[in-house]
Write a protein that binds this ligand. Structure first.
Ligand code: PLP
Length: 443
């Protein structure tokens, strides 16, 4: 029998052969990566036996927590029965059929059809294709511009990175024409002196209207936004923001895309973030929580009014080998069955969400914390040297990264965006574990 590798051996192999996503691999190799070997509930275990509370649900995805035998069994059974088949060229399979119907049931009433993908990024690339196809069929091919927001994250493929508004990504030469970015509703960081959250919410939303006017409505295809900007810093908009955006989308001849890759599947206390904020999207982008991350899967729900047009256009020449992979669909069905049986969305709305918010909000009393917003199971801590003047640390991002690394060493996974720490724990986290999370965040 071969001996298991030591942590040092694993780190050496990783350093030699692995290019890590969103990492400075050279710096990482000097330090050595932390090797995660197993997980249960909300707890990770590393190769040295340390237990770490996963305050980030992996990458905002493990909504039902780790170690769900039911999902593993469903995937194993599917792999034995039919490990792969595609949904191209007039074929389909049972897991894709069952999951399409389940998603039509769970999403808002305008949605009855899904286009499957393998990830959030592929879903957003699909959105670009769908939106362009829609306007072409409607004989308005000049409607091509998609309006997005600064600091939005919509994925890492070239198309999705362009939709996103992340400056460090754009700095790496991904920019293509056709996407325009407007302000994000980041009250703490971007409000004017004396402006109320309500005024700021309206002003930021109206940037959509002025941009449509400036560019010409006949050129604008769509507006895309995350209900709560996730990777951009957990930006929970003021109450006036989404109703005003909804009004503008209603009055203007554009499509509205809700990117629910993070907010979907219960994170905000409803099945989808658009329900929490009362918007009516035409396209709804999903991934992550659809399988709780147990297997990769994404999708785009397309509203009936858009489907009606698309169906007039004949072939849609787009699709992925793994669109609706049978094992991934089986994982999703088992995951959604758990969510429904255990009433996890209600738990977030009525119990865990308010419980965590009550404790988390108190962290705002700390002299270095500017604000501590939280909605459902997603929250942030804005670190600042001056909470009254709302100033930033001089080397933006350095303090956040140090705090994140410190927290990781202390046994809590948080994430840092600039100097904003983020949490998004599994939705099933218990009261005792929430107490522990807050105690570790305070350290
Ligand atoms: N959209 C949003 C809102 C996301 O947060 C992410 C990933 O974090 C994506 C899209 C991209 O998803 P994926 O990493 O599955 O490609």
């Amino acid at each position: 029998m071969t001996q298991p590798r030591t942590t040092a051996e694993l780190r050496a192999l990783d350093a030699a052969h692995h290019l890590h996503p969103f990492s400075d691999t050279k710096a990482l190799n000097d330090e050595g990566s932390r090797v995660i070997v197993k997980a249960e509930g909300v707890w990770l275990t590393d190769s040295e036996g340390n237990r770490i509370l996963d305050g980030m649900s992996g990458l905002w995805c493990v909504n039902v927590g780790y170690g769900r035998e039911e999902i593993a069994d469903a995937v194993a059974a599917q792999l034995r029965e039919l490990p792969y088949y595609n949904t191209f060229f007039k074929t389909t399979h049972v897991p894709a059929i069952e999951l399409s119907a389940k998603l039509a049931e769970l999403t808002p009433p305008q949605f009855n059809r899904v286009f499957f993908t393998g990830s959030g990024s592929e879903s957003n690339d699909t959105v670009i294709r769908l939106v362009r196809r829609y306007w072409d069929i409607k004989e308005q091919p000049e409607k091509k511009v998609i309006i997005s927001r600064r600091n939005a994250y919509h994925g890492s493929t070239v198309g999705a990175a362009n939709l996103g508004g992340m400056a460090p990504m754009h700095a790496q030469n991904v920019a293509l024409p056709g996407v325009v970015h407007i302000a994000q509703p980041y009250f703490w960081g971007e409000a004017r002196q004396g402006e109320t959250p309500e005024e700021f919410g309206l002003r930021t939303a109206r940037a959509l209207e002025t941009t449509i006017d400036a560019l010409g409505e006949d050129r604008i295809a769509a507006f895309i936004a995350e209900p709560i900007q996730g990777a951009g810093g957990v930006i929970i908009p003021p109450a006036t923001y989404w109703p005003e955006i909804a009004r503008i989308c209603r009055e203007r001849d554009i499509l509205f895309i809700s990117d629910e890759v993070i907010c979907g599947f219960g994170r905000t206390g409803k099945w989808f973030g658009c329900e929490t904020f009362g918007t009516q999207p035409d396209l709804l982008v999903m991934a992550k929580g659809i399988t709780s991350g147990y297997l990769p899967l994404g999708g785009v729900m397309v509203a009936d009014r858009v489907v009606d047009v698309l169906l007039e256009g004949g072939d849609f020449n787009h699709g992925y080998t793994y669109s609706g992979h049978p094992a991934a669909c089986a994982a999703a069905l088992a995951n959604l069955a758990i969510m429904q049986r255990e009433k996890i969305v209600d738990y977030v709305a009525d119990d865990a969400g308010p419980y965590l918010k009550a404790q988390w909000s108190k962290l705002a009393e700390h002299p270095l914390v500017g604000e501590a917003p939280m909605l459902g199971m997603v929250g942030a801590l804005e670190l600042t040297p001056d909470k009254i003047g709302r100033t930033k640390f001089p080397d933006v991002g350095k303090v956040g990264t140090l705090a994140r690394d410190f927290s990781f060493r202390n046994g809590l996974v948080m994430r840092a965006t600039r100097d904003r720490l983020i949490i998004a724990p599994p939705l099933v986290i218990s009261h005792g574990e929430m107490d522990e999370l807050v105690a570790r965040a305070k350290k």
